[in-house]
Write a protein that binds this ligand. Structure first.
Ligand code: ZN
Length: 199
């Protein structure tokens, strides 16, 4: 990793960008979304988009943090290609998001937590460096991994506890605006969020 960063020559900048992505992930968490955040930095390292997961909120299966960042970045730069940009995301992107990143021609992807189930940058598929595709992306994997993993683990731990409580048919703790408040059980109240493998 140290070697990669030396090559990238921007470790401090990357720490700043990942911290911003983590702040975005926290915003998603507060809305009951799987906590994944992203930022897109232009070739000068200036952030042009800050986004978090919103598929549940927007009723949109494509509203992953990375897709939203690419959309906003494109609108901001008034260009459907985003050459020279760096996408920083707290979790390894899925195949959909990697496809969009390749179409956008981003230069570099930096991610925190590996996703062994659906990660498409290096884990399950290696779309970033697939030479059959017409664009390759530099990858800095596992950057600030521990912090990014912890955020996701805490989220899924809480959700498992909610599901257990739901099965007992007593009461549940909900996340989001009513976080930490005990509420009466209602059918379908919990368990409707997508799992990590669905992000
Ligand atoms: Zn995705």
């Amino acid at each position: 990793m140290a070697e990669l960063l030396e090559i990238a020559g921007m470790s401090e900048d990357l720490i700043y960008l990942m911290k911003e992505a983590l702040r975005e992930a926290e915003k998603g968490l507060a809305k009951g979304e799987v906590p994944v955040g992203a930022v897109l930095a232009d070739p000068r390292g200036i952030i042009v988009a800050r986004t978090h997961n919103l598929p549940i909120t927007l009723h949109d299966p494509t509203a992953h943090a990375e897709i939203l960042a690419l959309r906003r970045g494109g609108a901001y730069q008034e260009n459907y290609r985003l050459p020279g940009t760096t996408l920083v995301v707290t979790k390894e992107p899925c195949p959909m998001c990697m496809g969009a990143a390749i179409n956008a021609r981003i230069k570099r992807l930096v991610f925190g937590a590996f996703d062994p189930k659906t990660g498409a940058a290096v884990s399950r598929y290696n779309l970033a460096q697939d030479e059959k595709l017409n664009h390759q992306i530099e990858v800095v994997p596992g950057f600030m991994e521990e912090t990014c993993v912890k955020l996701l683990q805490d989220f899924f731990k809480t959700r498992r506890r909610q599901k257990r409580n739901t099965r007992r048919g007593t009461e549940v703790v909900v996340t989001g605006s009513t976080r930490n408040r005990l509420v009466p059980l209602r059918a379908g109240h919990v368990g409707s969020n997508p799992t990590l493998s669905a992000t």
